[in-house]
Design a protein around this ligand. Structure first.
Ligand code: FES
Ligand SMILES: [Fe+2]
Length: 435
């Protein structure tokens, strides 16, 4: 459990709060590229960490993420005219560029330089893999981290976004909790092949702090003197990397489930996935069918996630369709902000505890004037082969780290051999490993 104070500290992310200050030190998803698909298209409203913003793509394709309310008298720039390299307010025509400069105040006298004294809120952005990331922190912004999923060709990656109606931490903790796989996502019919979750419902958990966050390892006993090892990663401050959407023993990418606070009781969940070697097939992104054009899930708390009690007896553990909705039901039904002073943690919550500890110590570092972990400032350290995930069957006699020797505890030892090692593993897979 957490004290009430620590629970509040981790849950509150508005400007000026300790956790809000921490998250603002990192690049985080702000919206999808498809929300502002073309130069001079309609702007998009963006709610992020309690701030009301608007995003637009200007005539030259540059992206602006600026305060929603006009610096003049507050009209929403969402309704503005996106034209000639700027967003123009519909009330009195003030015009802003992507950096928040006021380009024009046409209702003022022609010789007025009033506009030059103004600077509207504007945040840096970076577009990669169908996602527009933003940095909301102080001026000395870090490098955009070259995560592997931001570097692959666009046709090898996919992304969905949907609203989660609770605090971000509830969603994020779900990604760090391998034990729920054996229950929440369990099929009770035999139509789907999930023997590996079923055989051993009480895995052995290991966690280790790394330079990027926490590596999480759940090891289950499997048939034929094997271990079923699931390795996932919490990447600070809001990314949960999981071996989702991949058959066992496949190392061709993974998924990154990201929980970005809109405010303290609403969260955008971004599910990013990528393949290292091939294009994504449309039918792989099954989640899209669960999400409406407004990024709201069709199954939600107001319709009890369309739970089917008969299906719960015969098909799956929840009676609810799709992992996305299982996760939402489990985490939203805790309430908007769960009071963690009331919980009872067990051995299976080891990874959740490790992630909270990491976040609390990062907040403390920032409060004490030290730079928190995983803020990237050096180009030579801006690559992350050791952020990896897999679900793998290994002989019990072999420790997983022997097999995946590029996964060192800290980032200090990383080197280009890491990728070479991984391709060796991929070829061993195609040579007939168990699935
Ligand atoms: S309120 Fe926007 S120009 Fe006046
Ligand atoms: Fe889940």
């Amino acid at each position: 459990m957490l004290s009430k104070e620590d629970n509040e500290l981790l849950s509150q992310t508005a400007a000026g709060t300790p956790m809000g200050n921490l998250i603002r030190r990192y690049w985080i998803p702000a919206l999808l590229s498809e929300e502002i698909p073309a130069p001079d298209c309609a702007p998009a409203r963006v709610r992020l960490l309690g701030e009301e913003l608007v995003a637009f793509r200007d005539t030259q394709g540059r992206i602006g993420l600026i305060g929603e309310h006009c610096a003049h008298r507050g009209t929403s720039l969402f309704y503005g005219r996106n034209e000639e390299c700027g967003l123009r307010c519909i009330y009195h025509g003030w015009k802003y560029d992507v950096e928040g400069n006021v380009l024009d105040t046409p209702a003022e006298p022609g010789d007025s330089d009033f506009r030059k004294k103004l600077r509207h809120t504007a945040y840096p952005t970076h577009e990669a893999g169908g996602v527009i990331y933003a940095y909301l922190g102080p001026r000395d912004k870090p490098l955009f981290p070259n995560y592997e999923w931001t570097q692959v060709p666009l046709n090898q990656t996919y992304v969905t976004k949907c609203l989660l109606e609770c605090n971000y931490l509830q969603g994020l903790e779900g990604e760090c909790d391998s034990s729920h796989l054996s229950f929440l996502h369990r099929a009770v019919d035999n139509a789907r092949n999930q023997p590996l979750y079923k055989t051993d419902t009480a895995p052995v958990y290991e966690t280790e702090e790394t330079d990027f966050g926490v590596r999480l390892i759940a090891t289950r006993n499997a048939a034929d003197k094997q271990h079923y090892v699931r390795l996932s990663a919490f990447v600070s401050p809001v990314y949960g990397c999981v071996p989702a959407g991949r058959p066992t023993n496949e190392l061709d990418g993974f998924e990154i489930h990201t929980y970005v606070p809109i405010d303290d009781t609403h969260t955008w969940r971004y599910d990013i996935g990528f393949h290292r070697s091939r294009a994504v097939q449309e039918d792989e992104v099954h989640r899209r069918k669960q999400i409406g054009p407004d990024y709201l899930r069709i199954r939600n708390a107001r319709n009890n996630y369309l739970q089917d009690r008969q299906m719960q007896k015969t098909v799956n553990f929840t009676g609810i369709e799709d992992f996305l909705n299982h996760d939402a039901c489990a985490t939203e039904s805790m309430g908007p902000i769960f009071d963690r002073s009331r919980e009872h943690l067990g051995v299976s919550d080891k990874a959740v505890i490790a992630v909270r500890k990491f976040l609390l110590s990062s907040v403390k570092a920032l409060q004490e004037g030290r730079e928190p972990p995983h803020i990237v400032r050096e180009a030579r350290r801006n690559w992350f082969p050791h952020i990896d995930c897999f679900a793998y069957l290994l002989p019990q006699a072999i420790h997983w780290r022997q097999h995946f020797d590029y996964l060192t505890i800290s980032g200090e030892k990383e080197n280009p051999a890491a990728f070479a090692c991984r391709s060796r593993l991929n070829s061993s897979m195609t040579n007939g490993k168990t699935t």
